[in-house]
Every structure is written in C-alpha cells, then in structure tokens.
Design a protein. Structure first.
Length: 137
C-alpha cells in the first residue's frame, strides 16, 4: 500500500521551491506532470540552470510523498551522468542552494527555524518490503 502524504499539496510545495530558486537567479523550467503527456516518465519536476552548477533536476515531494520507480531510475541516471538531482521540498531546495553557494542562513538562525527535512518514501523499498512479506507466507 502506498504511503500517505500529508501537509501542503505537492503543487503548493513546488510553487514555494520554484520561487526560492528564481529569487536567487536560477532559471527554472517546469516539467511537472499533473496530467498525461509525452514527457519521459520519471523526469524531474523542475529543470534548473545557473552558472554555479550548470544543470540540475528537482523532484518536488510533499511530506510523506513517494518517489516512483521511474523517478528512482531517472535519479540514478542523473547521478551516473554527474547531474545534480534533488528530491524534497523547501528544506532540500535551501540545502542545495547552500551547497552551490547561492544561499546561506542568516547569522544566528538555525535551519530548523526556516524549514524541516521532507520525508520521502521510495517505491522500490515499499515493493521490496511487500515481496519479503509475501515470501514469508
């Protein structure tokens, strides 16, 4: 059974993340699929471009969201090719911007005051657990 996501809708999380990226000069292409299309399955939601990191993909997930097998495959392909791939929400977006030198916490502010990590479940882990339970029967 798929995990239950909670909190804001994914499109609202994505709007927040997109605004963060655009505020620091990152060019953002939206590849979200809220309906059937001809875009390759698993492609990240946001394609990011900036001279500091060239290219990156951001897969937006709300708290408790699940990464599909196609998304896991796309993530692996990005990592293999040396392309940044980030999954999550505001916290993960800020951490990525921090890692490439485009953002930093103000002095005396803790990250927990700004955002909290997004818990994302992986479809492959859920499928593996289901297979183990089935094998034990």
């Amino acid at each position: 059974m798929a995990s239950q996501a909670s909190g804001p809708l994914e499109r609202d999380v994505q709007r927040t993340v997109r605004d963060l990226f655009e505020r620091v000069g990152v060019k953002v292409g939206n590849h979200s699929q809220f309906r059937p299309s001809n875009v390759h399955l698993g492609t990240g939601d946001l394609y990011l471009r900036h001279p500091r990191f060239r290219d990156a993909w951001f897969e937006t997930k709300r708290e408790g969201g699940e990464q599909s097998l196609d998304q896991e495959t796309f993530e692996a392909a990005c990592k293999w090719a040396g392309v940044h791939y980030v999954i999550g929400g505001k916290y993960e977006a800020l951490r990525f911007l921090e890692s490439v030198g485009l953002w930093r916490l103000p002095a005396g502010v803790e990250m927990s005051q700004v955002a909290t990590p997004t818990t994302v479940h992986r479809a492959s882990e859920r499928i593996a657990r289901a297979a183990e339970r089935k094998a034990k029967r």
